[in-house]
Design a protein. Structure first.
Length: 256
């Protein structure tokens, strides 16, 4: 009888990388990440043995071993002596990893993972706005004013508007001097900025409303009001996300 894991693996859709790209190990890794996140290989179970993976993906043992090593680095599996390669609990997965986050977003119909992403971004950016209100010099404040004024002119061009939107937020993050927090936010945004689930609705009225939030943030920073700037950023990110996700019909679990 064919083992259930082998059957599940063999019944999966043909990988998109069948044309054999140069880095087979990373291609195999990407496919296994998706299968683990989709639950083809649930947490607590073992991956199919090396010979099965080699045959399934038409690659050598060296490629499979390198792929498993990469999976370990992403927190998805643990190699146990005598027990094989075990899939770890979701709580151990490295959610900032590009492949892991993208695969999780793709299968999460509830949008809970995006809610978590927005909460994380909101905490970090609110704090950075607070610091920026204390540290921003005249040149930075003038740049923020010019960005807000320019976005008022771009509300009919959603693509360009959102480019300036991101630049506005990045100006504040840079002004805070917190390179780690800025790096986390930029890494998270880079994974979702082009996904319909995250961007949601984009139309003129939403850009108008969004830029009112930007202007409130700018005004609080210009007034050197750290608490006001943090609150304005918190409110802006919350309201913008609630509007963008409103068409999903999914319950919201954002927490204050």
């Amino acid at each position: 009888m064919t083992p259930p894991q082998e059957t599940a693996l063999n019944n999966s859709a043909t990988p998109a990388w069948v044309h054999r790209p140069a880095n087979l190990a990373r291609a195999v890794t990407a496919e296994l990440v998706e299968r683990i996140v989709r639950g083809v290989h649930p947490s607590g179970t073992s991956l199919p043995p090396e010979p099965v993976l080699c045959e399934t993906f038409s690659v050598s043992r060296t490629v499979v071993r390198e792929a498993v090593k990469i999976l370990q680095e992403k927190g998805l599996v643990q190699v146990r002596q005598g027990a094989g390669t075990m899939v770890t609990p979701e709580s151990d997965w490295h959610m900032l990893d590009e492949l892991v986050l993208a695969a999780t977003i793709a299968v999460d119909d509830s949008l809970a993972i995006l809610d978590d992403l927005v909460v994380t971004r909101r905490v970090l950016e609110s704090d950075m706005a607070n610091v920026a209100a204390r540290l921003a010099d005249a040149e930075t404040i003038e740049r923020l004013r010019a960005q807000v004024d320019r976005m008022d002119e771009l509300v009919d061009d959603q693509v360009t508007y959102h480019e300036h939107d991101r630049a506005f937020h990045d100006t504040i993050m840079q002004a805070s001097g917190n390179r780690i927090a800025r790096g986390v936010v930029r890494a998270l945004e880079s994974q979702v900025i082009n996904t319909a689930r995250y961007m949601g609705r984009t139309e003129r009225s939403l850009c108008v409303a969004s830029n009112k939030g930007h202007r409130r943030i700018y005004e609080r920073i210009a007034a050197q009001d750290p608490d006001g700037a943090a609150e304005a950023m918190f409110t802006h990110i919350t309201e913008a996300w609630l509007v963008r996700r409103s068409g999903s019909g999914k319950p919201v679990r954002l927490q204050r």
